[in-house]
Design a protein around this ligand. Structure first.
Ligand SMILES: Cc1cc2nc3c(=O)[nH]c(=O)nc-3n(C[C@H](O)[C@H](O)[C@H](O)COP(=O)(O)OP(=O)(O)OC[C@H]3O[C@@H](n4cnc5c(N)ncnc54)[C@H](O)[C@@H]3O)c2cc1C
Length: 362
């Protein structure tokens, strides 16, 4: 077995309050695309132990028999509701940050899955614990970070995760998954595969470095901005600030323009395909990735002519073609349809299948 059952010791209070299940809830405020959809049931999970009670509720037991009817929701910044949700949405609001262990060089920090990711980054950077600074400014919750192995500015969260605690819906048992158990890959993990819709992450433990010297400075956009600011030996606070500033200039703010960040993953192609494309497109750049080469999906979409395209209220962001946007009243189906047209045209032009990064719900 690649993971073992654990006695949960974290973030639990002795008294378990009664959990409330709301019915027919509008989800517009629960997804950063800002699309209209509703959920049959929604409950807010504030403590891990509430799961025991929740899954004893009769109507939820029925739904749990059919896993597609249960969705864990963080801030809804990496999903697209394509229609009303027929089942139960568990809105993760488990809070709490605490230090588990420390020595001279490193520190183990545990955070509840419902903590805001950027708050955790700010908290750790503010205390002089290094590791998360390049991941500053990413929307969403701590619990969703391992799901797609969030990454930015040359760092993936998998490099910091020690272990993840989750509730297994079928067996009704607690699991502790080590870093290796999580099977992290590029925007991928066991939670998007074998444990998809089966595990509810309640907390994660991160190993951080004591000391404020920034360690990951290889990402071009980050080094360029540091250079522009005449910062030659940045500390983690400076990197945290610069990363957030750069992100603000490049990405649309979901508060003013609905979006879920990169809609597609950057594709990886083999060396034969790379050689063919290089001949035709000398300005195309590649990064070695495993046995193949990674290409910027945004570049492909832009070259296929989609940047700035708009159909009704669904569009392809004018400053970054990898981001699909909702200008106001686009439906999930409108955005999905646009994404499929983009996929078809990139396939036709470059022979490359773009894989979605955003999760389609249901
Ligand atoms: C403007 C913008 C910029 C972004 N930039 C980046 C970036 O630089 N790098 C990057 O990697 N991502 C980026 N994203 C995507 C997104 O922020 C991350 O994927 C984030 O981790 C999603 O968190 P969330 O809480 O909103 O998850 P949600 O969207 O609520 O959920 C995403 C998926 O994870 C599952 N899930 C959520 N919580 C749990 C849990 N506790 N247990 C089990 N499953 C769970 C959900 O069921 C769903 O399938 C960006 C998004 C936006 C809007």
């Amino acid at each position: 077995m690649f993971f073992f059952e654990a006695t949960i010791t974290v973030l639990i209070l002795i008294i378990v309050p009664v959990i409330t299940i709301e019915k027919n809830i509008n989800l517009k405020a629960f997804n950063t695309f800002g699309v209209d959809a509703s959920a049959r049931y929604l409950c807010r999970l504030r403590q891990p132990l509430e799961l025991l009670e929740l899954f004893e509720t009769e109507e939820i037991r029925e739904l749990a028999g059919n896993r597609v009817n249960i969705l864990v929701l963080g801030e809804g910044s990496n999903l697209l509701f394509t229609e009303d949700y027929p089942g139960l949405i568990i809105k993760n609001e488990i809070r709490g940050i605490r230090v588990l262990e420390e020595d001279e060089k490193s520190i183990l920090v545990e955070a509840g899955a419902g903590e805001r990711w950027n708050d955790l980054v700010g908290y750790t950077v503010g205390r002089g614990w290094g590791g998360m600074e390049n991941l500053g400014g990413i929307p969403g919750t701590v619990g969703a970070a391992p799901v797609q192995n969030i990454g930015a500015y040359g760092v993936e969260v998998s490099s910091l995760i020690e272990r993840v605690t989750a509730w297994h819906i079928d067996s009704k048992k607690w699991l502790t998954l080590s870093n290796a158990d999580c099977r992290f890959g590029y925007r991928d993990s066991i939670f998007k595969n074998e444990l998809k819709n089966k595990a509810i992450i309640v907390s994660a433990v991160f190993r951080l470095t004591k000391g404020t010297v920034a360690m990951s400075l290889s990402y071009a956009a980050l080094t360029a901005e540091l250079k522009r600011r005449n910062v030659s030996h940045p500390d983690i606070r400076e990197v945290f600030e610069v990363v957030q500033d750069v992100r603000r200039t490049r990405l649309p703010d979901p508060a003013t323009m609905g979006n879920a960040g990169s809609f597609f993953k950057n594709p990886v192609i083999d060396s034969g395909h790379k050689s063919r494309l290089e001949k035709e497109y000398p300005d195309l750049s590649f990064n070695p990735h495993g046995t193949g080469y990674k290409i910027a999906a945004g570049w492909l979409i832009e070259k296929a002519g989609w940047k700035g395209y708009r159909s009704g209220d669904a569009g392809c962001y004018e400053n970054q073609a990898l981001i699909l946007v909702n200008y106001g009243s686009a439906t999930g189906k409108d955005i999905l349809e646009l994404s499929e047209r983009i996929q078809a045209s990139v396939l036709e032009k470059f022979g490359i299948s773009l894989e979605r990064e955003v999760n389609l719900i249901p």
